[in-house]
Design a binder for this molecule. Structure first.
Ligand SMILES: Nc1ncnc2c1ncn2[C@@H]1O[C@H](COP(=O)(O)OP(=O)(O)O)[C@@H](O)[C@H]1O
Ligand SMILES: Cc1ncc(COP(=O)(O)OP(=O)(O)O)c(N)n1
Length: 267
């Protein structure tokens, strides 16, 4: 009998195309050698061309999924993705107060890469006041930074200003991802704990297929937090993991294909 691996809970939406959301999280968690568990928040109708609709899961069912796995299996780290509504965020915040989910990574997913809204407008306040203060780490992209703080990031210096503004909302660590800083020849992500800035620099690959990159990064980070890594080490692992996964991205359908963690299972 094998030993039980670390256990990671993802609280996120389903992507029927398999590129992002719960599907990307489980694929990444498996590739990182941990046991993945799910609290599904919404079922999206999605393919490589975008999202055409979604149905939300009732908030009490989202909370019940979290409590069911935490009370029996145990959770060494958790991450969030699409949470859809203020009511679901309220249910998630209350659930993670009731049970121990370990380090809590909040990826404040607001829209798909094609621009389809995945979070209600009136839920932003709940992200700021209910999720961020409970987070070990928040991982917004630059669109999410603008929605949450009002700061338009146009440079690496702006990324630091945004990190300070986000940190003031209560998370222990902030990772401002720089994938959308299109003019930057590299992809710089800035990690901040209120005292020190840590720059994670990676190449910017000229690829179309980057669907699910945010989910893959946050899941890879959560896998290391579940193993007991500190946040800077977990984020360094995640950055290396996403760079290799973007390099391994593949075409799918007529639109944008997914980044792929399968490189980790090969050879
Ligand atoms: N073309 C790319 N080449 C290499 N790394 C990338 C590329 N695009 C994004 N990344 C990296 O993928 C991660 C997610 O990036 P980002 O696009 O900013 O967020 P999101 O996927 O949530 O929109 C970050 O670590 C970022 O630096
Ligand atoms: C169900 C679901 N969750 C999250 C996303 C966002 O993924 P994507 O569109 O690839 O955007 P980024 O990963 O770049 O933030 C989604 N589309 N569906």
């Amino acid at each position: 009998m094998a030993a039980t691996p670390p256990r990671v809970l993802t609280i996120a939406g389903s992507d029927s195309g398999g590129g992002a959301g719960i599907q990307a999280d489980l694929r990444t968690l498996f590739a990182c050698g941990v046991h993945g568990m799910t609290a599904i928040t919404a079922v999206t109708v999605q393919n490589s061309l975008g999202v055409t609709g979604y149905t939300e899961i009732p908030p009490d069912v989202v909370a019940a999924q979290i409590e069911a796995v935490a009370s029996d299996i145990g959770v060494n780290a958790a991450k969030t993705g699409m949470l859809a509504s203020a009511a679901i965020i309220e249910a998630v915040a209350a659930a993670v107060d009731r049970v121990d989910v370990g380090p809590f990574v909040v990826d404040p997913v607001a829209a798909s890469m094609h621009g389809h809204q995945l979070l209600a407008d009136d839920a932003l306040d709940a992200v700021r006041t209910l999720l961020f203060p409970r987070a070990t780490l928040v991982t917004p992209n630059l669109d999410e930074v603008r929605l949450i703080t009002g700061i338009e990031v146009r440079s690496r210096a702006d990324q630091r200003k945004a990190a300070e503004a986000l940190h003031a909302m209560g998370p222990r660590w902030v990772l401002v991802k720089g994938g959308h800083l299109w003019d930057d020849p590299e992809c710089l992500d800035v990690l901040y704990d209120g005292a020190e800035f840590i720059e994670l620099v990676g190449p910017r690959y000229d690829v179309k297929h980057t669907h699910g990159s945010g989910d893959t990064l946050a899941s890879a980070i959560a896998s290391q937090l579940a193993r007991g890594a500190d946040v800077p080490s977990a984020v360094r692992f995640g950055k290396d993991f996403i760079v290799r996964s973007v390099a391994a991205a593949y075409p799918l359908g007529a639109g944008v294909g997914p980044v792929s963690p399968l490189w980790r299972l090969e050879g």
